[in-house]
Design a protein. Structure first.
Length: 95
């Protein structure tokens, strides 16, 4: 089994400074390494733990984005008002 020390150095690194695209891209790399099957058990465990951290980071960022999304709608006086966005069932949301 091959071991690339640089590939596993990030396993313990923090994820809190990653943006969504970076975390998702790294998660793709982690999954590819795990699916390859040529990773030693210790390295696989480190990659798994890193993957869990990346999934949590992505979920946190998506939750934050969802809370920030607002919908502009015409109020009773015709003025635009911001209201929290709620996905409708026809859009795939629980709504």
């Amino acid at each position: 089994m091959e071991r690339d020390p640089d590939a596993f150095m990030t396993a313990a690194a923090e994820t809190s400074d990653l943006d969504y695209e970076s975390a998702l891209g790294e998660l793709d790399q982690v999954l590819a390494n795990l699916e390859d099957g040529r990773v030693a058990l210790e390295d696989a465990m480190a990659l798994y733990e890193r993957g869990v951290g990346l999934v949590r980071r992505c979920a946190s960022l998506l939750d934050g984005a969802e809370k920030r999304v607002t919908e502009l709608a015409a109020g009773p006086d015709g003025a635009l008002e911001e209201t929290p966005f709620e996905a409708r069932p026809e859009d795939g949301g629980a709504g």
